[in-house]
Design a protein around this ligand. Sequence first.
Ligand code: NDP
Length: 444
Amino acid sequence: MDYIERVLEEVKRKNPNEAEFQQAATEILNGLRPVVERHPEYESAALLERFVEPERAIMFRVPWVDDNGKVHVNRGFRVQFNSAIGPYKGGLRFHPSVNLSIIKFLGLEQILKNSLTGLPIGGGKGGSDFDPKNKSEGEIMRFCQSFMTELYRHIGQDTDVPAGDIGVGGREIGYLFGQYKRIVDEHTGVLTGRGLSYGGSLARKEATGYGLVYMVEEALRCRGESLQGKTVVVSGSGNVAIYAVEKAQSLGAKVVAMYDSNGYIYDKKGIDLAVIKQIKEVERGRIKEYVSRVKGTEYHEGCNGIWNIPCDVALPCATQNEIDGESANALIKNGVKIVGEGANMPTTLEGIAAFQKAGVVFLPAKAANAGGVATSALEMAQSSARLFWTFEEVDRKLKSIMVNIYHAMDAAAEEYGVKGNYVSGANIAGFLKVADAMMAHGIV
Ligand code: NDP
């Protein structure tokens, strides 16, 4: 058993009920094998053992009262995983599936993603098993206030700066920020993804989706191609998906399918994004309403079928483990050329292996969706300086960060003998800086 296998055994032994965390640790550590072989000092410093153990994991009670006076109790989490290169940074997820395993997998990924941006941000993640669906405005607000009434004591603009994720958008960030400010009596950049009237950055809302497509376009450009005329399938219809579709369409691609957690729509003429925005952003409705508004389109119950639709580019932008080995093989059979992960860990280990074996260009989440957190860090910079940049300025910085990340992981893969393997390349490029900082800090 080599060093990595021993650490992974230990991860499994210590975290027996954490399947998602084990999956993320397996993907990351296996990708780091060439680095560890070149740096035997890491093993003597138990660097990987420290890397997979959060600096701190906070779990708390979130009681709230619904509109009928009934009391509910949810569970809140904040995992402050690694602050070697900067304050903890990472989103908050509100979804009934949230548990410690999911927050830890997201936090571990976040360390390397944040490092890849080249900006000084450490890794963290949080959230709750609260389900925002079918809740009134008042219920959402009271939940957010109760959540922040505990979380506030653990965060701060130089300590830990949360943002949004699944189920946490501009509305929730507003309520969370309002309660933080009320308790602490400080108007600081403690959360990102804030509204433009109270410290938010232009282009933050668009950043993850736009950034994903900037990276896909760069990968295609390096192969003498572009998105012009390509057929694209995007899963999800939330923040990341909508702005990935917007940017892909503006670069000449035809996006033919999207989904929400109930089912998918297929529009062979190309999706009308204004209709999707109206249903999802304005009405907070279900995607199946699209077919009653746009003629000649189809709706199918269930999500998996979306990966049977022939496409050149697949952009999974909803949630973890959306593409398993079977879906990956369906995409490959239909000629997919490039897969860009907008969501976190949307492809299973079997799916990744299938894409790599088939020579599909596979852009892993921690690189491909880093545009969101990168722009959050730009929001932090603007907050500290107490000034704002234009949309174009932020967008230009975002694009250059995404292009840089692509080349950093491409170069790392080549340098460490795994050319074209961007899973390894992204893990290595992100890890080296964190490892260097951890070594410099001594055994902490
Ligand atoms: P949203 O809540 O805005 O949207 C999530 C979308 O995914 C919705 O369409 C939702 O459908 C769908 N979805 C959620 N869970 C499932 C499921 N189990 N099966 C099928 N569909 C599902 O979230 P975001 O767009 O912000 O986040 C999407 C992904 O991107 C997540 O993995 C997140 O971690 C990642 N990410 C987000 C960033 C950001 O800046 N927002 C940054 C980096 C990564 P429904 O409406 O039916 O629930």
